[in-house]
Design a protein around this ligand. Structure first.
Ligand code: S6P
Ligand code: ZN
Length: 187
């Protein structure tokens, strides 16, 4: 693919869309198998309407080498077995950095390099930096939709299997009115 020509991309009025827009995707509860600690609660949520947990809308910039795609992720509020709704999480097979810019709501960026886990609070106006080699997952810890803009190298790729094998180091659980971070193995 030849490089694109320069062009402007605008946020929609609700910060949930991009104009012009490229591919979009929706991930439902059934797409998140094996990710929540409480499998029975996950099965119940799938049986109970299989809700949309998050959506991703992308700009038209393609995921190809040397391009710099962007996307807005919207995670809806909720928890499954006490674990806040979250993205699947992934590693970049080609270790390259990425940034997230908080747009709406209140979330967390969970980072795991296979040994160390880090948690960054993300609210509107905050940039979270994801260094090369750190798997990343986003979590909505509020009671409204959490939205962020991601900007990432087009050749970074997405490895979802890595998270299934290695976990993410920590889980974010609802505890009274706050977020409790617990070790990954804790049921
Ligand atoms: C891409 C970037 C985000 C995520 C999106 C959904 O590198 O990190 O656009 O793809 O937040 O998360 P996931 O884990 O389902 O790809
Ligand atoms: Zn990524």
């Amino acid at each position: 693919t030849p490089p694109l020509q320069p062009f402007a991309i605008r946020f929609g009025a609700d910060n949930a869309t991009l104009e012009p827009q490229g591919p979009t995707l929706q991930r439902r509860m059934s797409d998140l198998e094996g990710l929540f600690a409480d499998r029975r609660a996950w099965e119940q949520a799938v049986a109970d309407g299989d809700p949309v947990v998050y959506t991703v809308v992308s700009s038209p910039v393609p995921e190809t080498a040397r391009e710099l795609p962007q996307s807005i992720t919207t995670i809806f509020p909720g928890d499954t077995g006490g674990e806040f709704w979250m993205t699947k999480g992934h590693q970049h097979p080609d270790p390259q950095g990425e940034i997230y810019l908080g747009l709406e709501g209140h979330g967390g960026l969970l980072l795991f390099d296979g040994e160390r886990a880090e948690w960054l609070d993300i609210s509107p106006g905050v940039i979270g930096y994801i260094p090369p080699g750190w798997a990343h997952r986003s979590v909505n810890v509020g009671d409204e939709p959490y939205r962020f803009l991601a900007v990432y190298p087009g050749s970074a790729g997405h490895d979802y299997g890595w998270v299934l094998t290695h976990g993410m180091g920590l889980r974010a659980r609802r505890s009274a009115d706050r977020v409790e971070l617990v070790p990954f193995g804790t049921p």
